[in-house]
Design a protein around this ligand. Sequence first.
Ligand code: CA
Length: 240
Amino acid sequence: MASVLVVEDDQFVRSALIRHLTEAGHTVRSVGTALEALREVAQVGFDVVVLDLGLPDLDGSEALKMLRGITDVPVIIATARDDETEIVRLLNDGADDYLVKPFSVEHLSARMAAVLRRTRGTQASQVLRVGQLSIDTQRREAELDGVRLDLTRREFDLLAFLAARPGVVVPRRELLTEVWRQSYGDDQTIDVHLSWLRRKLGETAASPRYLHTLRGVGVKIEAPQPPHAPRPPHAAEPSR
Ligand code: CA
């Protein structure tokens, strides 16, 4: 059973979907605009999003691109447009599957199950580990020393991006484009989020454990070095 976000502005279609998906045992939330959908996925971790293409505020393909900017959640497009060129483009833009309206709820359920099998099948390989840090990119959960960290979306994205490249100094520009999705911006944005993240990891810039800033270059994540073992006594001390 899955938690599903239904994005559909047609009240009739929407309530039919909610009713059937709930009967099938899924947890369903629904919104009628793309902007509400973006706000929902930023706050709630869904297993799958069913996205109508014809929304009142944003075109569905724009909505898909914006969704992809903030989440990897599986997206099934529900469209009335039976246009192959557009469907190919949507799949290339990150849709996981599509259904052409009108479709039966059984058809949607089967597509959902298939998408969930694919994404859940890869879950095991989605946990990144750096020292005592573990980051589950599928569930968007991070733990340090077995304790769950309470991170904002941006803090999580920053941590996950760095943790996928342990030991590598990531240039600030790359963080801006890859984590913030901005081609410009000032270093302060990164510094502020880094300091919040550090606080949650129980470290400071002055005495870093995991997050290391190389002034003017970038940032890297690295497992802290274990404390030095006591030096073995010299086998042959020079005699006096
Ligand atoms: Ca519509």
